[in-house]
Write a protein that binds this ligand. Structure first.
Ligand SMILES: Nc1ncnc2c1ncn2[C@@H]1O[C@H](COP(=O)(O)OP(=O)(O)OP(=O)(O)O)[C@@H](O)[C@H]1O
Ligand SMILES: [Mg+2]
Length: 279
């Protein structure tokens, strides 16, 4: 995992507070208009490779990957452990840079942005649900959820935030700090935080990994609804064929390559395919 992905908040680091650099080509979304659907932009990797280490110890986590994640679609990324799923997600979300190749969000070549512009773009346009939650321990659930919006100097759209909180079953946990929440509840707070600012695209790395099956189903249903009803673009890494069946499309990675894809997946079809991949 890249060091930059360890930031407590991708896109909401102290750096953001002073960042004035603007980026062009993406409409800024209003955080106060609850009826506006997210602007649609696809995410693209073009010939992306990522190497870790040097010399004999070099690991090629991604090898010349070309992929387009359609706007307004729910895409799942699957593959064996170590196949490069998290690495690909981090490249697409601008959390880490490719060793070679280009990454685009809509018309913006994000791999060529300077750190300041990239930080700003992440803050405003990209939501990321980390497997490890990355909540701030000193703040309540409610404060964690709106923190990125506050740091951006905007006012949260309270109706929207409340609807997310309700749908994720967090209404009675809002005043609690992360240490007073179960793993599943923390994961849901992390999901609410990623969606609160209505980003153009939401990336999620195994978002149901820590959830019991009822909470997992709830979260997946919520993500799917965000795609279907609000045009949200969602990209989710998962090991779970049932979770993948909520997606419109599944990409399969093996050994740093995209080896196949499946449209309108069912859990059984995904499971069958995973057996062949040896996942
Ligand atoms: N920061 C890093 N330094 C060195 N190697 C790394 C680093 N991050 C990832 N790797 C290696 O790159 C390869 C791909 O890792 P990645 O985390 O993308 O896999 P993954 O498909 O997400 O696996 P998992 O399902 O276990 O989460 C692995 O061999 C991993 O060990
Ligand atoms: Mg991973």
């Amino acid at each position: 995992m890249g060091a930059s992905s360890q930031n407590a908040f991708a896109g909401t680091t102290p750096l953001d507070r002073g960042a004035e650099t603007s980026y062009k080509g993406i409409n800024h979304m209003s955080a106060t208009t609850s009826t506006v659907a997210p602007t649609r932009a696809s995410a693209r990797a073009e010939g992306v490779s990522k190497f870790y280490g040097t010399g004999d110890a070099t690991i090629a986590a991604l090898k010349d990957v070309y992929v387009t994640l359609e706007a307004g679609q729910f895409t799942a990324i699957m593959g064996p452990s170590g196949s490069g799923k998290s690495t690909l997600l981090h490249m697409l979300a601008g959390l880490d840079r490719p060793s070679s190749g280009e990454v685009y969000l809509g018309d913006i070549q994000i791999s060529s942005l300077n750190d300041k512009a990239l930080t700003l773009l992440r803050r405003d346009q990209i939501g990321f649900i980390f497997q490890s939650f990355n909540l701030l321990p000193t703040m309540s659930a409610a404060e964690n959820i709106v923190l990125p919006i506050r740091i951006a100097g905007r006012k949260p759209d309270q109706a929207w935030v409340t609807s997310i909180v309700d749908k994720l079953g967090l209404a009675d946990r809002l005043t609690h700090r992360p240490t007073e929440l179960s793993g599943g509840q923390q994961q849901r707070v992390a999901a609410a935080r990623a969606l609160a600012s209505r980003p153009q695209i939401v990336f999620a790395d195994e978002p149901t990994g820590a959830l019991d099956s009822a909470s997992g189903t709830e979260l997946l249903g919520f993500l799917r609804k965000a795609v279907k009803e609000l045009g949200q673009t969602v990209v989710m890494v998962t090991h779970d064929p049932t979770a993948a069946s909520y997606a419109d499309r599944v990409l399969f990675l093996a050994d740093g390559h995209v080896v196949d894809e499946m449209n309108e997946p069912t859990a059984d079809a995904v499971l069958d395919f995973m057996k062949h991949l040896g996942a």
